[in-house]
Ligand binder design. Structure first.
Ligand code: CMP
Length: 146
């Protein structure tokens, strides 16, 4: 199924200057970039974004971390984009992420794991709406660019 997924390059990815490598990986895997913006997120926005984790001990450090520097929010589109992107990104804990995944290559630990990626198509729609209006998402056949 054609899906959109929300990907965030977190402060560690931006500050380590690997944003280009991360985008290049998704491009190279055939995904289509349909929206992108750099923001310095508001605490309240990210508290809402991560509200499913609000009772976990890592919630406050997670929100503090993700608001500590600019992030790059993106929407990528493809057949089964949610699962495809999660495979490229790797397990939440960078130390356990499979060889060659983004978190394995660029991540540090559970929190500094360079990239957020939606865990379902339903959540992807909710997450995308935090950062983009519908009209800000490209609707164009990229095979038709000439
Ligand atoms: P992300 O994909 O952004 O979604 C939720 C985030 O919570 C996750 O990446 C991690 O950075 C963080 N997280 C999940 N589990 C833990 C944990 N056990 N300890 C610290 N941070 C966690």
């Amino acid at each position: 199924m054609m899906e959109k997924t929300c990907v965030i390059i977190k402060p560690d990815g931006v500050c380590k200057k690997v944003s280009g490598d991360i985008i290049k990986k998704f491009d190279g895997e055939g995904l289509k970039l349909v929206a992108v913006r750099m923001i310095k997120p508001e605490k309240q926005v990210m508290e809402n974004f991560y509200s499913v984790h609000k009772d976990r001990e890592f919630f406050k450090p997670l929100v503090d971390f993700v608001c500590s520097a600019p992030v790059i929010v993106m929407v990528w589109e493809d057949e089964n984009a949610v699962a495809k992107v999660r495979g490229i990104v790797g397990s939440t804990n960078s130390k356990e992420a499979a060889d060659g995944t983004l978190r394995n290559i660029f991540g540090t630990d559970n929190r500094r794991n360079v990239v957020h990626a939606s865990d379902s198509a339903e959540n992807a729609q909710k997450e995308i709406a935090f950062f983009f209006k519908p009209e800000e998402i490209a609707q164009y056949d990229y095979n038709d660019w000439q």
